[in-house]
Each structure stands twice: as structure tokens, then as C-alpha cells.
Design a protein around this ligand. Sequence first.
Ligand code: ZN
Length: 320
Amino acid sequence: MSISRRHFLATGASLGLGWTAGALVGCAVGAPKASLLAPGVTRVSLGSLTVTALSDGVRSQPLDANFVRNAPLAAVQAALAEAGLATDTIEVPFNPVIVDTGAQRVLFDVGNGEFGAATAGKLLENMARAGIAPASITAVVFSHFHGDHINGLRNKAGAAAFPNAKIFVPAPEWAWWMDDARMAAAPEAMKPAFAATRRVFGPIASAVTRYEPGTELIPGIRSMPAYGHTPGHTVFNFEGGTRKAMYWADTTNVGALFVRNPDWAVMFDMDAEAARLTRRRIADMVIRDKTLLCGYHLAGAAIGELSNRGTGYEFTPMTA
Ligand SMILES: [Zn+2]
């Protein structure tokens, strides 16, 4: 998809609208207050539910011309500069979420574990800071099977990080990645991703619950298909009697690029056009329903407000 000159003009024209961020958090009707339990741990109470975002750290890498597949590098650098970020490197944060329903303690995605950058794999450390024991997690729910979301389930020695958790995976994601014929036919560059799914899920294959996206997994937690980033990418709605919340996983990668420019495709989107349509559909839904948003690669507290901004959107993390 080409980005038209008109699109850039429209985006440019909106720049003057500025940064209404702080006001948005303060003005939102019934906005819950976030509390910062520790650096990298943010908690919000939503009626009968508690939502906690925990940092698994970050990965920094030189900004590659292909990081955004369908925008010129200069436009990507301009977007980073506008957000006050470095323009020669890209920093991708990782933020798993825990939802406590009273009856269940549910972890959504598990971070990099011992398999990512030295600056990542911090989930267990931040859980300890938050006073959440790994053995107290009753369910682990996966949004999709990319390594930064699944690798922390099992360490290099093979031990399960969350020994008492029931494991939920999206059925279409399982069907796609666990297909041996597809792995055999995949390009060499994709083989490590297939191998990771087998390392993580192979030993527990028969015990894993494969859910159909769209179903309620646990009372108060409903899954919703959000295909495109991967074939079975799924997001989750939480309802605790007050305000709605959503964990949208990789509906966007870093906000400064893909929330603000939802038509841009990150290099990890497996079906870029489907991901683009999903991104706009879900973002519009979040804004319409005044849903509080959590995102795996969003910045700051990774819990916050979504609003319209020019031809795209703006994510404003909550402050404690
Ligand atoms: Zn991801």
C-alpha cells in the first residue's frame, strides 16, 4: 500500500493540534486512577477486577529502513523525532498484563524469558516487586505465538515459569504454527519462530486449552479475533462492573509510529493489510466504547487512553 501525499499533508496539518494528553486522562468520565506499585508495575482497579501491567523490559535496535515496511525512512524518523524519541534506534517495550478477577489471576503473554535481549526478560523480577508469586498465576492466556510473547513460559532448563497455570492459546494460532508441513516449507528466516513454538508448547501440547477467539475464557474475560499481525492474533476485553478495559496485544507495535500512523505496517505484521484493517476497527471500537487500553508494545505505564489524532490515533499512558 502506498502512502499518498494527501495523507502526509493531512497528518502534517494535524500536528498543530498538539498534545492534549494530560487533559484527556484527567477529563475522562469515571477514569480510574492508576497506581505505580514499583518502576515497571502499574495497577488499575476496575470494579471487581484489578489490571496490572508489568514491564518485561525493552529491546533497542538500530532503526532499520524495513522496520516500517510501507513508509519512507525519513517519514519514520520524523515521527520518532516528533514524539521526542531517538531517530537512529528503535526501542520496543514489552508489557504483559495480569488481570485479577478475585477467583482467578490471569497472565496475558509472558515476555521473553531467558531468550531475548539482556534488557528484556524482566517479568519475573517485576512480579516479585509487585508481590505476585509465579505459583499464584492460575491461567496464562496467549494473544499469539511470536517469541517475545511466548518464550518466558519455560526457561532454558525446561522448567515452567507458572507451574499452576492452565494454558490458553488461540486455536487458529495453534493450527498455523504447529503444522509441521508448514514449518518444513517455511523460509529459513522463519524456522526459529516455528522452533520456539515447539520448545514452549511441545512438552504440554495435550494439556493446552485451544480457545476459539470470540469466546469468554473466564468470567469477565472475553477474547476477540484481531487477525492480521499473525493468523490467530487475539485481543481481550475485561469487564468488572465499572469501566471496560482491553488488552490489545500487538494490534499496534510502538505507539509513536503505529498508533499515530495506523496505516503503517511493522515488519512483524504477517498480513499487513489485514492487520491495518484490524488496527483501525479495534481502535475505533476502543474510542467509541471509552475503553481503557493496555498494549504489549505501548510506552509508559502501557495502560491508558486512546483518542483520535488527525488521520490516526493517540495513546496517552496513565500517570500514577
Ligand atoms: Zn510483539
